[in-house]
Ligand binder design. Structure first.
Ligand SMILES: [Zn+2]
Length: 120
């Protein structure tokens, strides 16, 4: 009896792990599709995309859509933990049109989440 309860609890835990894993996969796939499989920074079409934290995790950046971009390995490595805009604007792959699209596609949820400023 005890053993059975234990197995049921284990099943439930495994279900929860699988659910959170498939959610992560879904989020990853969604983020990679935002720029049609191209690097969000330089626009190249790499063999595989990596996920970059716009604000690095060690600086408080979150694992959320508005802080994640699918980019090529070269950009990811080049940017490192530098702030996005100063890195991007100084890099040879800076492109204003792409930057605007990036802000609209990736960062806009952050802006939309800001509380409305009360008129004084
Ligand atoms: Zn790139």
């Amino acid at each position: 009896m005890h053993r059975q309860l234990h197995l049921q609890e284990l099943d439930r835990r495994l279900d929860r792990i699988h659910a959170s894993r498939s959610q992560k996969h879904k989020l990853k796939a969604e983020i990679k599709q935002r720029f049609g499989g191209t690097c969000a920074y330089c626009g190249c079409t790499p063999q595989f995309l990596t996920l970059d934290h716009v604000i690095p995790q060690n600086q408080g950046g979150l694992n959320v859509r508005s802080n994640l971009a699918a980019v090529c390995q070269r950009c990811n490595r080049s940017k490192g933990s530098r702030p996005l805009w100063s890195w991007w604007q100084a890099s040879s792959c800076w492109n204003e049109e792409r930057a605007i699209r990036f802000a609209e596609t990736v960062l806009v949820c952050k802006i939309a989440a800001l509380p409305e400023v009360a008129e004084s």
